[in-house]
Design a protein around this ligand. Structure first.
Ligand code: NAG
Ligand code: NAG
Ligand code: NAG
Ligand code: NAG
Ligand code: NAG
Ligand code: NAG
Ligand code: NAG
Ligand code: NAG
Length: 460
């Protein structure tokens, strides 16, 4: 019906009648293109909803169920807000004739299962808010056909499994936010997670779940951390995993990574690829040695270092007076300069068995002015970290807090936290001035490429 320009008096009357017939329900407030029926004590949908509305707000009511075709008279509906109701399920065809929906808010309701028919046909849907429900299960077909999705929020539910495999580049090209934080996932299908489109991985939030610590999990988060994803940076401390399955023994694994020292990732049956990553702080003009201890323990290894400033360093070309490569793979940098900072990657190759392994060290050269501060800070931080660890494993380790009062380098607590070869490796050659790495990451990762999205090498 056209009630627009210059209608005849008869048509005008019809129009008015029509308008009044479909006009605003008494409990709602209707303005131009939106209708607000929030906090109106509604227990069911008003029979006549304004057909002209683009936005309908039904939040903060007592709605518990939505029947088929609930919104079929609202062809222009784009934003539907139903947060804070009692909705426990949606019947088939709820959104029949509402395929224009772009934003759907069903947060803070009582949904238990997200059935695959719930959002069928909503191919224009961009934002789906389902946080703070009671969702324990998301059926695999739920997101099928929702090809315009940009953001989906499943946070604060009881989800134990999520159908990651149903999200692919061609099915959800715009999906850039998938919030699954604060759920109950303990083991994820990491191969499916790694196969997610790069955009989805960047926007995948998984913190505050009940993850169980293992190498494949750590490796995934380590990658995301390295890429500086917001999901990791903004919630570093909320990323916890439990060692034994006991939630009390949960660790903030992005901060304390000692449990992942022994991780191995098999790249192919015969080719274990080992990447150990650590970081070291060096005062300017000091000498630093970086070792290349990898999982390979053959005596017949050849070593290559890739340095940020000097490119590839091999035994053959290391005749620079300031950088030397020892036969055991240790790289020595004398008189380190600020511009020597960066990521050093060592590759050890066992020619006989055609195995190779890589190790990365993030070297940061500090200006002298920062040194004294940093030494104290490092020791203090070491103490704090150890204290936290001790508290965490209270039941296993008796507390020895004296370290904080006597911060003497030889008994630096972080050394107990990291008993491998590091102390000798990262000490400047003047032994009495041993510097301790503040933050040593150890992980096994697959070879990386810089491309987003194709960063994962298939792992057997
Ligand atoms: C609802 O959709 C059907 C097709 O699915 C269509 O035939 C019908 O006219 C629509 N009804 C309204 C009120 O838009
Ligand atoms: C973690 O999740 C639980 C529910 O699983 C929730 O009660 C708690 O508020 C969440 N904590 C944070 C910091 O998000
Ligand atoms: C790592 O391996 C060493 C030797 O194989 C073992 O003594 C140590 O307990 C392991 N550490 C962890 C955290 O599993
Ligand atoms: C030492 O370095 C120079 C370039 O600085 C190079 O020409 C020469 O071949 C190197 N010597 C060895 C033994 O590699
Ligand atoms: C490698 O050799 C150098 C020089 O001989 C030595 O100082 C260093 O400790 C050795 N590194 C390892 C890990 O054995
Ligand atoms: C690094 O800095 C030093 C002086 O601080 C300079 O002599 C040297 O050329 C620089 N090296 C590079 C690769 O820029
Ligand atoms: C390490 O092994 C992989 C797989 O065989 C190979 O592609 C790569 O070139 C090797 N790297 C080095 C530095 O030899
Ligand atoms: C290396 O360490 C510096 C300072 O600690 C940090 O800013 C930088 O992001 C690190 N680089 C990598 C690749 O981890």
């Amino acid at each position: 019906m056209t009630c627009g320009k210059n209608p005849s008096p008869f048509l005008l009357l019809l129009c008015l009648l029509h308008r009044s017939e479909e006009s605003c329900p008494s409990v709602c407030l209707c303005i131009s293109d939106s209708a607000s029926c929030s906090s109106s004590g509604l227990t069911k949908l008003p029979l006549l909803l304004p057909s002209f509305s683009v936005t309908l707000d039904l939040s903060h009511n007592h709605l518990s169920w939505l029947g088929p075709g609930s919104f079929y008279r609202m062809p222009r509906l784009e934003n539907l807000r139903m947060a804070h109701n009692q909705i426990g399920s949606l019947s088939h065809g709820v959104f029949h004739n509402a395929s224009g929906l772009r934003h759907l808010d069903l947060s803070s309701n009582k949904l238990h299962v997200v059935e695959q028919h719930y959002f069928q046909g909503l191919w224009r849907l961009e934002e789906l808010l389902l946080f703070n429900n009671k969702i324990a299960q998301v059926e695999p077909g739920t997101m099928r056909g929702l090809s315009s999705l940009k953001k989906v929020y499943f946070s604060l539910n009881q989800i134990t499994h999520f159908p990651f495999f149903s999200i692919q580049d061609h099915t959800h090209p715009f999906l850039a936010m998938l919030d699954l934080s604060s759920n109950r996932m303990s083991r994820l299908p990491w191969e499916d997670v790694k196969a997610l489109p790069g955009l989805v991985q960047r926007g995948l939030y998984l913190h505050n779940n009940s993850l169980i610590c293992d190498c494949s999990m750590y490796s995934v988060f380590w990658h995301w951390d390295l890429r500086g994803y917001d999901s990791i940076r903004d919630f570093t401390d909320e990323h916890t995993c439990s060692v034994t399955g006991d939630p009390r023994a949960s660790i903030r694994f992005l901060r304390h990574n000692r449990f992942f020292r022994n991780c191995t990732v098999e790249e192919a049956v015969s080719e274990p690829v080992t990447v150990l990553l650590s970081s070291v702080l060096v005062p300017e003009r000091e000498t630093v040695r970086l070792d290349c201890q990898t999982s390979l323990n053959s005596t017949d290894l050849s070593f290559t270092w890739l340095s940020p400033s000097k490119g590839y360093i091999t035994q053959a070309n290391a005749n620079d007076t300031l950088i030397s490569l020892f036969p055991n793979g240790t790289l020595e940098i004398q008189e380190a300069r600020v511009n020597d900072s960066g990521l050093y990657v060592c590759t050890a190759v066992d020619i006989k068995q055609s195995l190779n392994a890589t190790r990365e060290v993030n070297v940061t050269v500090l200006l002298p002015a920062a040194e004294s501060f940093n030494t104290g800070y490092t020791t203090l931080l070491g103490c704090v970290v150890t204290l936290v660890l001790i508290l965490m494993y209270l039941y296993l380790t008796p507390c020895r807090c004296s370290c904080c009062k006597q911060p003497k380098p030889p008994v630096i607590p972080i050394a107990t936290y990291d008993p491998s070869t590091l102390t000798s490796v990262f000490c400047p050659s003047t032994r009495d001035q041993c510097k301790i790495p503040t933050d040593r990451h150890v992980a096994f990762i697959e070879p990386m490429t810089n491309e987003e999205g194709i960063e994962w090498t298939p792992v057997s």
